[in-house]
Design a protein around this ligand. Structure first.
Ligand SMILES: [Mn+2]
Length: 328
């Protein structure tokens, strides 16, 4: 069910609370951060004491720019600072988890234990590690958590500053890969809405600028592409380079830009002993189903898996076999 249908329930939870903590997933990206700060703005305007829990120290480029530019505007706390900021009356504390629902993916797993009232606002599928005993606002049909927050902003008639609107727009652009994945008329409407609030497309481009050396490293993965059944691209990286998970995800995004390609799979080493797979589809190929063979998951459009294995070719051969079976 969509977030707007739940606006009353969400507001009830918010009203009960005095101190509200927001926490997104690790490897903070612009959808996670955008939705968090959008929500932060809504809550601040409802006179709540708001805190954002960020545990990691290294940020992705766009996130780093935003956090720098917003220095002093947000109450950011580390795990160890949570307790002293809790309201004495336990019932008046609320933790809202944004852009993930899995306990191992949040910024601080320990923080989960400090709250009896928890709410999840997310657009990812649930799994075995989904955080329990929460108010769940999960809509897997929407493009991004930022899109959900824009709906909420509109429903509550809360105005957002142009800068914040820009960050939320960047979150939508990121998660839809420039309005190509999971983009509906609702998504465009949210972009329109943010643009009316003063969001700048130019500034979005600035926030999403990449590091050229990382780009060159990533493009090297594209030298090894195989196309199955004229529509599914698989590529494996050299075994000598360890890539970050976000790099293989971006490469999988890139592959969908090419003619006839409906699904993409990228395999690389992500640590000495682990192989990562990242996959994307335009919608007529179930990524979740394929990756469940590797204990991974996702949805129809995207997914990832981590395999404890050191030979890329082993994972590659197994994946190829499964895909060939699937397209028979
Ligand atoms: Mn997201």
């Amino acid at each position: 069910m969509g977030i707007v249908e739940n606006k009353k329930q969400i507001m009830r939870e918010i009203r009960k609370a005095k101190n509200i903590f927001l926490m997104a997933h690790k490897n903070l990206d612009l959808d996670a951060l955008g939705s968090t700060i959008g929500l932060y703005e809504i809550l601040s305007k409802k006179n709540k004491n708001c805190f954002i829990i960020i545990e990691e120290k290294k940020y992705e480029l766009g996130v780093e720019k935003v956090l720098k530019e917003l220095t002093g505007c947000l109450n950011i706390v580390k795990e160890e600072e949570i307790e002293k900021n809790l309201h004495k009356n336990k019932k008046k504390n609320l933790l809202i988890i944004c852009d993930t629902n899995k306990k191992e993916l949040v910024q601080s797993e320990d923080a989960l234990k400090l709250f009896s009232n928890k709410m999840i606002i997310d657009h990812h599928n649930k799994g075995t590690t989904t955080i329990k005993n929460t108010v769940e606002i999960i809509d897997t049909e929407v493009s991004s958590t930022c899109e959900m927050i824009v709906n909420l902003l509109e429903a509550y008639e809360v105005e957002l500053d142009p800068y914040y609107s820009t960050v939320l727009l960047a979150g939508i652009v990121l998660d839809t890969n420039n309005f190509t994945l999971k983009t509906t008329q609702e998504t465009y409407y949210c972009a329109y809405y943010l643009s009316c609030l003063g969001a700048s497309a130019q500034k979005v481009q600035y926030l999403l600028k990449q590091d050229i050396n990382e780009y060159i490293e990533r493009e090297k993965m594209l030298t090894n592409i195989e196309i199955i059944d004229n529509k599914i691209a698989i590529t494996k990286a050299t075994p000598y380079t360890i890539y970050r998970r976000e790099d293989i995800a971006k490469t999988a995004d890139t592959l969908l830009y090419f003619n006839n390609i409906e699904a993409s799979f990228v395999i690389s080493k992500i640590s000495k002993t682990q192989i990562g797979i990242s996959a994307r589809s335009l919608g007529n190929f179930d990524i979740n189903k394929i990756l469940s063979n590797f204990n991974g998951g996702g949805d129809t459009y995207h997914g990832a898996a981590v395999v404890n294995e050191d030979k890329i070719s082993k994972v590659h051969d197994k994946l190829k076999e499964i895909i060939e079976e699937e397209v028979k």
